[in-house]
Write a protein that binds this ligand. Structure first.
Ligand code: OGA
Ligand code: ZN
Length: 372
């Protein structure tokens, strides 16, 4: 049986559930989250916190059916909380999130054949298959779709099934092929060392989709590495380098005739909880380092160290995309690159687009909703 008791001195409601779990709910939290303060349709909060005093208090608390009923010292206000709702929102624990999926780190010994893989037709037609694939893709940060139609728009159509596309200065979609007057090294036949795209942006795009329409030229195989695995190993092996790379902002810049987009970032970025959030690693977009001269050499040592890790077989996976395959990867975690190719020996054409992490996670949550 669920029991409740008031803890006057802690200004909190103490709730004990039948499974032995108990939690404290501060009065202010309860009043701020009273169900009556939310719009019934949009579920957005209408309640105005400034309309109550900080020392608001409860007069009575009782359990009635599956509800906890509270009366307040505020005139005429009664709150009714669903017991299960309170359980799932316990302070200090918070609401479970189907999109909160721990990364499963991988290194160069992961065979490309073990990557999450699904056929396009199945992902386009089955929500269950899509959900399972998105979850697996989020774990590894890298996956392959095969059986893609030989249609320039097929990659966008698949990406749009997940979320809306992120437009950048290269367009909503971009053609990766050797072109005259390139404004990006990707649009040449040069090798691309492992990198994250658009590190010069305030928020680099999240998931990248590269649909291989043709890969007939000699060379041009693809490389990937898990930046989170590199960062985790660096933290263990060389904490000083990790600290410098996660605390020192350095400039990134892209410029062409129409744009000049610049941003400072740390190479290793931690979130507000101290967890790895993303890597900004792109030697061809790195600007001219502007740290104080006395800090430069130590920083270069750390930067060169992570650069060496991105070249090491310990971390790098090599594969070759075939026409009809599309690779999907978290551009803020997994670094990608390619070997040089010879455009005189055959045609190579990838078409790319991006869906940001927020939209990707939202699709996981909405598809999970249907399952319960
Ligand atoms: C890119 C890129 C890889 C490739 O377009 O950003 O890295 O295989 N392309 O051409
Ligand atoms: Zn790239």
């Amino acid at each position: 049986m669920t029991t409740v008791s008031l803890r006057g001195e802690d200004r909190a409601l103490h709730v004990a559930w039948p499974d032995g779990t108990s939690a404290e709910f501060p009065y202010l939290w309860l009043r701020d989250n009273c169900p009556s303060g939310f719009h019934p349709q949009t579920q957005e909060r209408l309640f105005d916190l400034t309309g109550i005093p900080l020392d608001i208090s409860i007069l009575t608390a009782a359990v009635n059916d599956n509800q906890i009923v509270l009366t307040w010292d505020e005139i005429d206000h009664v709150s009714r909380f669903d017991v299960d709702w309170l359980f799932s929102h316990r302070p200090g624990v918070g609401l479970a999130d189907p999109a909160s999926i721990a990364p499963s780190l991988w290194r160069g010994d992961l065979p490309p054949g073990e990557l999450p893989r699904a056929t396009s037709a199945r992902l386009m037609s089955s929500d269950d298959a899509l959900l399972e694939f998105l979850i697996e893709t989020k774990k590894t940060g890298l996956a392959i779709v095969d059986g893609m139609a030989d249609d320039k728009d097929a990659g966008m159509t698949m990406a749009r099934r997940i979320g809306f596309l992120r437009e950048t200065n290269f367009g909503t979609t971009f053609e990766v092929m050797s072109k005259p007057n390139p404004n990006n090294l990707a649009y040449t036949s040069h090798a691309l060392p492992l990198h994250t795209d658009l590190s010069n942006q305030e928020l680099p795009p999240g998931f990248q989709f590269l649909h291989c329409l043709a890969n007939k030229a000699q060379g041009g195989s693809s490389t990937f590495c898990d930046g989170f695995a590199i960062a985790a190993d660096l933290e263990n092996q060389d904490p000083e380098a990790f600290a410098l790379l996660s605390k020192t902002p350095v400039p990134f810049r892209f410029q062409d005739e129409d744009h000049d987009i610049r941003r400072h970032h740390t190479v290793i970025d931690l979130d507000a909880f101290g967890e790895l959030q993303e890597l900004h690693f792109n030697a061809h977009l790195a600007g001219i380092f502007d740290l104080p001269a006395g800090k430069m050499e130590a920083y270069y040592r750390a930067y060169r160290k992570i650069m060496q890790m991105t070249r090491s077989d310990t971390y790098v996976m090599t594969t070759r995309l075939a026409g009809g395959e599309m690779v999907i990867f978290d551009n803020r975690r997994v670094l990608h690159g390619r070997a040089a190719f010879d455009p005189n020996t055959g045609f190579r054409h990838l078409r790319g687009c991006y869906v940001d992490r927020g939209e990707f996670d939202s699709r996981i949550r909405v598809l999970s909703r249907k399952k319960v």
